[in-house]
Design a protein around this ligand. Structure first.
Ligand SMILES: Cc1cc2nc3c(=O)[nH]c(=O)nc-3n(C[C@H](O)[C@H](O)[C@H](O)COP(=O)(O)OP(=O)(O)OC[C@H]3O[C@@H](n4cnc5c(N)ncnc54)[C@H](O)[C@@H]3O)c2cc1C
Ligand code: SF4
Length: 538
């Protein structure tokens, strides 16, 4: 069946803060110059925000610039930060550390990013932007080596890829300029980077995996605006990561743990690390009489300045975390995602079909994004020396060199970092109490994840033998532990031969498998539109 085609001025892939800010700024520019524009935003989630997971403390710098009167436009809840704490944890104790200047949150707000994206989407629609949830972009359309748009995925194919009675072919969306705003580890963003060799002059991107829960806690534990970050326990000092605990509005608590995906021990289980963290004497009382409402996970960029690829290619640009603008020292990416979207809009507004808008890269280099990422560039790589050497170096880099040290450390790809299982120490297993700590499947239930069972598996294996011959044999199948949704399971047949079984319907689109698989054998692709997690306030 032939695919329908639609023509737009701009097609934006992803309705996160980057994509929506691009759309809003384009629409504003169109209105200011009386140029009617046809702008479309594609979103793979069933609704805007359904696949969005963040902390989130918002630095409103870009929001103030994009929508100066946002406070009068009935925005979702936001809670002013009242207190910042930065803590080093041991198993039983906690020690307050000076809050690094990048982590100061004066004038910042605690928000639910999913809710804010829904609000941004409504605002964009009021400006005439077309937003299409449940439409994942699955294919890039090229003409004579230039990007001319994207196609959305088919619906209604069975497990073998054959059309069922409900088959609906994807749609081709053509544009003057195509903007990839897929967030961290976007699948089409990866293709466009490969196609145009955009990573030729940068370090590999590196990542963390953030696992988060939303809790309702009693009045006597609730401190609106309190921001808490910790490093140390339960992680060993050779593994980068830490927690975040944010007191939002209405007795809600966002609590999460980020583990650097450059971890070396294949026995590490980030989900268990997070569950264990919640049992710390400093954290337990917060949750003891509370109620868990939501659970989810998402990877985030940690590579920073030296991992930013070329941002433009013939026919489009990369914005937000698809390009890697998160500032890991600040633990913030929303402001840069929004600002990069706005700069993209301003610099592609007059872009012709298939044109390379090189001025966008120049604009980013002259912007606040570049400056803040440059100053923070050595902090994350130094952490790979271990927690204490990394902290000491960070203090020197920040206070002595003020981010201007005459060197730049390189990043190394996360999938190359695993040691073999037989030379790595196993961790104690954590028993769940179903009050503070939970088994994985009851957590997955709270993601409201759904996938049409009878569809082609969206997790592709380059070589179906590698999960056993390499992953199981050498690394004790680490995908069984790093996947925060229990998708990967080694099962044994009647002859006791091991096989990898994928519970693909559990997938919450965090992208950790695409990043961490030691031989890069797992390829994450978007499933049918609307499938995946159904977050409401993450
Ligand atoms: C655990 C965690 C905590 C964080 N804490 C903070 C914080 O406190 N403060 C802060 O500023 N930042 C924080 N960040 C980072 C912040 O969330 C990101 O920097 C920001 O969300 C990036 O915005 P984006 O629009 O580039 O990508 P995203 O927010 O990831 O949005 C991308 C959107 O594109 C959609 N999409 C992806 N691929 C496709 C496709 N092929 N077709 C259609 N749609 C697609 C996705 O479903 C999603 O809706 C945190 C991140 C994590 C994971
Ligand atoms: S299968 Fe991959 S993308 Fe899906 S939840 Fe597991 S690790 Fe994340």
């Amino acid at each position: 069946m032939k695919r329908d085609a639609m023509e737009f001025d701009f097609v934006i892939v992803g309705a996160g803060p980057a994509g929506l800010s691009t759309a809003i700024r384009l629409a504003q520019l169109g209105q200011q110059s009386h140029t009617p524009l046809n702008i479309c935003v594609l979103e793979k989630g069933e609704s805007v925000g359904a696949h969005i997971l963040s902390g989130a403390v918002l630095d409103p710098i870009a929001l103030n610039e994009l929508i100066p009167d946002w406070r009068e436009r009935n925005p979702p809840q936001f809670t002013s930060v009242t207190q910042d704490e930065f803590i080093y944890l041991t198993e039983k104790k906690c020690y307050r550390l000076p809050t690094p200047p990048q982590m100061h949150n004066k004038n910042n707000f605690i928000i639910s990013l999913g809710q804010w994206c829904r609000w941004l989407a409504t605002y964009a629609e009021q400006l005439g932007v077309n937003i299409f949830p449940s439409f994942p972009a699955t294919e890039i359309l090229y003409d004579a080596g230039k990007v001319i748009g994207v196609a959305t995925g088919d619906k209604g194919r069975d497990k073998n890829g054959e059309p069922t009675a409900n088959f609906q072919p994807g749609i081709e969306l053509y544009a003057r300029q195509t903007i990839f705003a897929e967030g961290c580890r976007g699948s089409l963003s990866a293709e466009v980077m490969r196609q145009f060799n955009l990573r030729a002059n940068c370090s590999p991107q590196t990542y963390g995996l953030g696992i988060k829960e939303l809790w309702e806690i009693p009045d006597n534990q609730y401190q609106p605006g309190h921001v808490f970050h910790s490093i140390g326990w339960p992680l060993k000092n050779d593994t980068y990561g830490g927690s975040f605990v944010y007191h939002l509005d209405k007795n809600l608590l966002a609590i999460g743990f980020v583990v650097g995906l450059d971890y070396k021990n294949p026995w590490l289980n980030p989900y268990h690390t997070f569950q264990q963290f919640k049992t710390h004497p400093r954290i337990f009382p917060l949750l003891e009489k509370g109620r868990r409402l939501e659970y989810g996970a998402r990877s985030l960029n940690e590579g920073g300045f030296q991992s930013i690829p070329e941002l433009h290619f013939p026919g489009g640009v990369l914005v937000g975390c698809a390009a890697g603008f998160l500032n890991v020292a600040k633990i913030k990416g929303i402001h840069n995602a929004m600002k990069s979207g706005m700069l993209a809009a301003e610099n592609i507004f007059n872009g012709k079909k298939g044109e390379r808008c090189t001025q966008f890269s120049t604009a980013v280099k002259n912007s606040s994004i570049w400056k803040e990422l440059y100053h923070a560039r050595n902090i994350r790589p130094a952490m790979s020396w271990g927690l204490f050497p990394g902290l000491i170096y960070s203090a020197i880099d920040t206070y002595l060199f003020r981010g201007n040290a005459p060197w730049t450390f390189k990043n190394h790809a996360d999938h190359t970092q695993l040691k073999k299982a037989d030379v790595s120490k196993q961790f104690e297993t954590i028993k769940s109490d179903n009050r503070i700590t939970f088994d994985l499947m009851s957590s997955v239930y709270l993601t409201h994840s759904k996938h049409e069972e009878n569809q082609p598996c969206h997790l592709k294996l380059r070589d179906p033998n590698v999960p056993i011959t390499v992953n199981l044999k050498e690394y004790a199948a680490p995908e069984q532990r790093y996947c925060p949704a229990g998708v990967y399971e080694i099962v044994f047949d009647e002859n006791k031969n091991p096989h990898l079984h994928m519970h693909a319907t559990n997938c919450i689109h965090c992208k950790a498998c695409d990043i961490k698989d030691p031989t890069q054998n797992i390829i994450w692709t978007p499933p049918e539109g609307g499938c995946g997690p159904g977050y409401s306030r993450m």
